[in-house]
Design a binder for this molecule. Structure first.
Ligand code: PLP
Length: 428
């Protein structure tokens, strides 16, 4: 199934780039085989270096909600680039961008643009620490918040064990400031606050997890995070880098009506260019330099080309777009469930809006990392390889969410479901 062109490129890449890729999951190690090298993309499709067409459910890991090369987005990028690609000075575009984000996310009273989701979460937590004068960050196992040292931590089992680094190169003293709990475990969260509430600076959460596969919050979980933070003077942070403008224009906070203290955004708000943001309560954001003592900066922050791509994308996301996404993603979900049933394959599909995951498991719902881990990753790998040969480009890991864009059509979804059913029957 490996195409010779991608194979040759991968060999050249591996000689010079760690694992041949600039971000690990792209290497296809979780599913086997060579990664497909992409030459171009348009609408719902990406095209391999060998010219093959794939229906794309990766969407650059989330940003491409309009599909690839949307004409209005490309026009905005070209027009902005013609005026200069970076000034390192303030622009009207950044003011418009801040106005747009604060309008879409009423919980955000002040906002700072950065260049990646990692920078957004790292900076939000620094601001929360500066604001509270406390050190401890609470996160949930299976949630990914970028690769800052203190967020690459997964605790051992049990309540609030001291953090153990998940990556070499993270000092244990840094990891020691992070407590990790099971996602959706309200009781554990309550116990942690009861024991250490006065040390907790922030609780950061993916309000729908995308990074262990799509895992929604149980009713009351997000509410409890916000309420406990408020009670104990800690900062609640919704990491909506993935869910922001994805599950609704105003993210999961719009769907739940919740008001977190801070929010991190990325992916869609940059329209496929490197742009992210963090923001929240004015009193917290006033801690950020040059207003306050929490330092955070960036040469390319608020880059005019990226902001133009982001604004052009956001302007096209209206109620009709979300209705279409819901319709198409629901069709994909129903189709995959029917394919599982017809092929007598055991598995489970979880979906929130246009993000979804097909878990190859015993059919039970996945509520946390312990559940997700029970999935048959070898089976997923086999299915994924069979999908690639059928021109279907799904995220190359069981523990990722697939994304539908408004460029997909019902015919695309139906073809994907037919391919998925065939792929479920493939044994090798
Ligand atoms: C929820 C979440 N937060 C943060 C990040 C990090 O964003 P970036 O890869 O832009 O640094 C990601 C990336 O996938 C993410 O899904």
């Amino acid at each position: 199934m490996n195409d010779p062109i991608s194979h040759k490129l991968f060999e050249r890449a591996q000689a010079l780039i760690p694992g041949g890729v600039n971000s690990p999951v792209r290497a296809f190690r979780a599913v086997g085989g060579d990664p497909v090298f992409i030459a171009r993309a348009e609408g719902a499709y990406v095209y391999g270096a060998n010219g093959a067409q794939y229906t794309d459910y990766v969407g650059s890991w989330g940003p491409m909600i309009l599909g690839h090369t949307h004409p209005e987005v490309i026009k905005a990028i070209v027009a902005a680039a013609a005026n200069g690609t970076s000034y390192g000075a303030p622009t009207e575009l950044e003011v418009r961008f801040a106005e747009k984000l604060t309008q879409l996310y009423p919980s955000i009273e002040m906002v700072r643009a950065v260049s990646s989701g990692t920078e957004a979460t790292m900076s939000a937590i620094r601001a929360a620490r500066g604001f509270t004068g406390r050190d401890v960050t609470v996160k949930f196992e299976g949630c990914y918040h970028g690769h800052a040292d203190f967020l690459l931590v997964k605790a051992g089992s049990g309540l609030a064990t001291l953090g153990v680094p998940d990556s070499a190169g993270v000092p244990s003293s840094t990891a020691g400031h992070t407590s990790t709990l099971a996602y959706n475990d309200r009781a554990a969260l309550r116990e942690l606050f009861a024991a250490r509430g006065d040390q907790i600076a922030a609780v950061i959460v993916e309000p729908v997890v995308g990074n262990m596969g799509c895992v929604p919050p149980v009713p009351g979980f997000l509410e409890e995070i916000v309420a406990l933070c408020q009670k104990h003077g800690a900062v609640s942070i919704f990491d909506e880098v993935m869910t922001g403008c994805r599950v609704a224009l105003g993210g999961m906070q719009q769907r739940t009506g919740l008001t977190p203290d801070m929010t991190c955004l990325g992916k869609i708000i940059g329209g496929g260019l490197p742009l992210a943001a963090y923001g929240g309560k004015r009193a917290i954001m006033q801690q950020v330099a040059p207003l306050g003592p929490v330092y955070q900066a960036g040469t390319l922050s608020g880059n005019p080309v990226a902001v133009s791509a982001g604004l052009a994308t956001l302007e096209r996301l209206d109620a009709g777009a979300y209705e279409k996404l819901e319709h198409l993603a629901s069709r994909l979900e129903q189709g995959l469930l029917a394919a599982l049933a017809r092929t007598k394959t055991s598995g489970h599909v979880q979906r929130v809006g246009s993000m979804l995951t097909l878990f190859f498991n015993d059919g039970s719902p996945v509520r946390d990392w312990a559940d997700a881990k029970k999935s048959d990753t070898e089976r997923f790998g086999r299915w994924h390889r069979a999908m690639i040969t059928r021109g279907q480009y799904f995220p190359p890991s069981q523990f990722e969410a697939a994304f539908v864009s408004i460029a997909h059509t019902e015919a695309d979804i139906d073809a994907t479901v037919r391919a998925a059913e065939e792929a479920m029957l493939e044994r090798a």
